[in-house]
Design a protein around this ligand. Structure first.
Ligand code: HEM
Length: 472
C-alpha cells in the first residue's frame, strides 16, 4: 500500500499505537482495581475507576460513614479508586482487629502528601508506616511520657486551669480564646519550659496557624488523591499549586519547632531551662539514650503541642500489612481501616439516647453503656475510642485526660455556663471541618457561681502566677 504525503511516518504511528495501548492497559488496570474484592465487607457499589470517591462529602466524611452504617451494618467496605477501605463503626471490631491483631493492623497509609511533601524524612510518628523508624519515635514517647512524668505535670495543669478561670472572670467575652490558650500554655511550659501567657502571644498564634494548616492539608479530600492515582505525583511542582502549599505547610511547621528547639537548647546550655520534656530529650540524647536526628527531635517536641486537640471523630487510618480473614470477610493486605469514633460513640445498641449529653451515664458504669460493666463482652473494651486503639493508640492520652479533667472540674465549679442565644450544637454546623474537629465559638455566658468563688479564684490565681512565673 502507498503512503500518502499526509500519513505519519511508521515510527510515529508505532509510538501512537503503543501510547494508545498503554493508555488502554492503564484504564483496564484501574477499572479492575476499582472493583470490590471477593468476600469484602458490604458497602455501596463503586463507580468504575473512581470507586466510591464521588459519594464522599468534601468534609465530615464520618457522618456519611455513619449513615452508610445504618444501611450496610457496622463494618463497611468501600473503594477509594483502587484503594480498599474498611470503616469500623462498632468498638467490637476495633477490639478484635486493632487491639487483638495489632501486629498486622498498625501501619499507616504511605500518604504522599503527609510523608513526602509535608513531613519528609520519617519524622512524624503519627503519619509514618509501621517500621523501625516508627518504633524508634514511639519508644522515645514512651520513655518521656511515663505515668509518673505525666502526673508530675498535674500542678502545672492545675495552675494553668486556675489562670484560665481567672482570665474568664476578668474577660468573659474572651472565653473562647482563654480556653484555647489553656492547652497551648500547658504544652509550651511542659515541653519547652516556656510561658504562653496570652492567646495573642506570637508563639501561640504561630502554633495555632501551623496546626490549622497541617490538619487542613491532611483532611481527606482536601488534596488531590495522589495515593489512589499515583500519576498525580508526577505533575511538576510549578503547575501543581497543591504540592507547593503542602511543602510550605511542612516548612512553616519545621521552622517553628526548630526555633523552639534552638531557643530551648540555648537556655539548656546556660543552665536556664526548667524541667520539661525538651530538657529530658536533650539529656537522653547527650547520654545516647535516644537516636533521634535533629529534625526528628524538633518534631517529637512539636507533636506535644500538635496533638493537644479535641477528638478526631473520623479516626486516623490504620493499614493492614497482610491478608486477613475476619469472620465471613476477607480483608486484603494494604486495606486502609478507619475506626469511626463518631459512630462508635453514637451507637444506639450500646448507649441509651447516645446523642444526649448525660455524663451521669458514667457514674455507675465506666463505659456509660446499656450493658452491665461486668458483661463478658466488655472485656478489653476501652472506656473511650477518642484516642484510637491498638499499637498506634494516642501517646498523649493520659496527659490529655488529666488536663481535660482538671480544666473541666475548675470551670464547672466556678461558673454557670448559660446560653446568651439559642445554642447550635449540631455536629454539621457548630463544629469546624477538617481532620481535627473543634467547636466554633458559641453563644454562652460564663457567670461566676457566687462572689465567694470568684474571690477564691482570685486568690488561687496569685499562687498560680507565682508557680508559672518560673517559665517566664
Ligand atoms: C484531647 C486530646 C487528644 C486526642 C483526642 C488525641 C487523639 C489521637 C488519636 C485519635 C490518635 C490516633 C490513634 C490511632 O491511630 O488509633 C492519636 C495519636 C497520637 N497522639 Fe493524640 N490525641 C490527643 C492529645 C495528644 C497529646 C497531648 C499528645 C502528646 C503529648 C498526643 C500524642 C499523640 C501521638 C504521638 C500519636 C501518634 C501515635 C502513633 O501513630 O504511633 N496526643 N491521638
Amino acid at each position: 500500500m502507498q503512503l500518502s504525503s499526509h500519513d505519519p511516518p511508521s515510527a510515529v504511528r508505532s509510538i501512537l499505537l503503543v501510547s494508545v495501548l498503554l493508555l488502554l492497559a492503564t484504564l483496564v488496570k484501574l477499572y479492575l482495581n476499582s472493583r470490590r474484592p471477593k468476600h469484602f465487607p458490604p458497602g455501596p457499589a463503586p463507580f468504575p475507576i473512581i470507586g466510591n470517591l464521588p459519594e464522599l462529602p468534601p468534609t465530615k466524611a464520618f457522618l456519611k460513614f455513619h449513615e452508610w452504617g445504618k444501611q450496610y451494618g457496622d463494618i463497611i467496605g468501600l473503594k477509594f479508586g483502587p484503594q480498599n477501605v474498611v470503616i469500623l463503626n462498632n468498638y467490637k471490631h476495633i477490639k478484635e482487629l486493632f487491639d487483638k491483631r495489632g501486629a498486622i493492623y498498625s501501619s499507616r497509609p504511605e500518604s504522599y502528601v503527609g510523608n513526602q511533601l509535608v513531613c519528609p524524612g520519617e519524622i512524624h510518628v503519627l503519619l509514618i508506616p509501621y517500621s523501625p523508624a516508627w518504633r524508634k519515635l514511639r519508644k522515645c514517647f514512651h520513655q518521656l511520657m511515663t505515668v509518673s512524668s505525666v502526673d508530675a505535670l498535674l500542678s502545672l495543669q492545675a495552675a494553668e486551669a486556675t489562670k484560665t478561670v481567672h482570665d474568664i472572670i476578668n474577660d468573659p467575652e474572651g472565653y473562647y480564646n482563654h480556653l484555647r490558650r489553656f492547652a497551648s500554655g500547658v504544652m509550651l511550659a511542659s515541653t519547652y519550659g516556656k510561658r504562653g501567657r496570652r492567646f495573642e502571644d506570637k508563639v501561640i498564634q504561630d502554633l495555632y496557624a501551623v496546626q490549622h494548616d497541617f490538619t487542613e492539608v491532611l483532611a481527606p479530600g482536601f488534596m488531590p488523591p495522589a495515593d489512589e492515582f499515583p500519576i498525580l505525583k508526577y505533575i511538576p511542582e510549578w503547575i501543581a499549586g497543591w504540592k507547593r502549599k503542602a511543602r510550605a505547610v511542612g516548612r512553616a511547621q519545621m521552622k517553628l519547632y526548630r526555633s523552639l528547639l534552638e531557643e530551648g537548647q540555648e537556655r539548656a546550655q546556660k543552665g536556664e531551662l526548667k524541667d520539661c520534656f525538651l530538657k529530658t530529650l536533650i539529656k537522653d540524647r547527650n547520654e545516647g539514650k535516644n537516636e533521634l536526628n535533629e529534625a526528628q527531635l524538633a518534631y517529637v517536641a512539636g507533636i506535644f503541642t500538635l496533638r493537644w486537640r479535641p477528638v478526631a471523630p473520623g479516626g486516623v487510618p490504620h493499614v493492614l500489612t497482610e491478608d486477613n480473614v475476619y469472620g465471613q470477610y476477607m480483608i486484603p493486605k494494604g486495606t486502609m481501616l478507619l475506626a469511626n469514633t463518631w459512630s462508635i460513640h453514637q451507637d444506639e445498641s450500646e448507649y441509651d439516647n447516645p446523642s444526649e449529653f448525660r455524663p451521669e451515664r458514667f457514674l455507675d458504669n465506666k463505659f456509660g453503656s446499656i450493658k452491665k460493666e461486668s458483661d463478658g463482652e466488655n472485656e478489653r473494651r476501652r472506656t473511650t475510642y477518642a484516642f484510637g486503639a491498638g499499637r498506634r493508640v494516642c501517646a498523649g492520652q493520659r496527659l490529655a485526660e488529666n488536663g481535660l479533667e482538671i480544666a473541666a472540674a475548675k470551670i464547672v465549679w466556678a461558673f454557670d455556663i448559660v446560653p446568651s442565644a439559642p445554642i447550635d450544637s449540631s455536629i454539621e454546623s457548630a463544629y469546624t471541618d477538617g481532620f481535627v474537629v473543634v467547636p466554633k465559638r458559641y453563644a454562652a455566658k460564663f457567670v461566676p457561681r457566687a462572689k465567694e468563688r470568684a474571690s477564691i479564684v482570685a486568690k488561687e490565681a496569685e499562687e498560680a502566677e507565682r508557680f508559672l512565673s518560673r517559665f517566664d
